[in-house]
Design a protein around this ligand. Sequence first.
Ligand SMILES: [Zn+2]
Length: 339
Amino acid sequence: MVWEVVGQTMAVSLLQQSLERKAVAHAYLLVGPPHVGKMTLALDLARALNCEASEPPCGVCHSCQKIGVAKHADVQIIGLPGDGDSAGAKPRAEISIDQIRQVQHSASLPPFEGRHKVFIIDGAELLSHEAANCLLKTLEEPVEKVIFILLTTNERLLPATVISRCQRLKLPPLPAAEVEAALNSRWDVEPQQAGLLAKLSHGCLGWARSAAVDGEVLQQRGERMTRLHNIIDADGEERFAYAAQLASQFSRDRRAVQEILDLWLDYWRDLLLIKIGCEDAVTNADMLAVLEERAGGYSLAHIRSFIGSIQSAEEQLRQNANPRLVLEVLMLNLPERGK
Ligand SMILES: [Zn+2]
């Protein structure tokens, strides 16, 4: 048995037991932060369901290999068409009802080369209202040998009726040590880099792995950090302009804005940790000198209160509050240095 996913022992052992008892659910909902391993686990399950070996998933048989390179006719991944970021992208990024109708049609046909048809819906929170209703009908009438795996970072954006039809598996972030060890042993990342990426990843191995191989990930973090410092040092007018810019970005790419707010949260938490003498615990371990200098400019109470403001902004955005309003309030709450 070779499960590709790292950690996630609860979810893996539950799935393994269901496979052994031949009691696999018709639909699963994998819930967890971005890059925590949802897609890897979904593909593991798809492999296990179609593997030709006695202890599935073997990872080496014809079927497992085809699934690994997304070439298996019975395993389909449904997500946003194209990459949401490109110029001229649709104003609202959604998984459309047409995509789900195609799934319905395909699900009505028997498996082509394997034993099970597996449909993986990546970013299920992005299903349009009509698409979700259409999917619900399919989930309400399970077809033998057809398995749906919905992946989501935010299940609150999914209709309760859809959730109730799925077996829900939560994928929590991995401990930093586990991320560090995996980077080291599986992907040969040197120890110091692995340590930093493990901290920055917050337990989301997929993020750490792509940051290790793709220099742009850390470069983007550097740019966002520079922007953060610019905004902290800017006047009210510039901060409001930034709030407006983030709000418009949010309507195109909410994930990017969430990442920026997460970076803000890390930054202010780091200032707090330095204030209370826990330098070893900071996330941005490679920026310690800058953080120490900056921490000197704020009182503990101001730092604490602004951390609360970022958290409540994130929560309000998750609940679909008006992004411009939320982000403007956040900018108003930004503490001034030396006060
Ligand atoms: Zn296999």
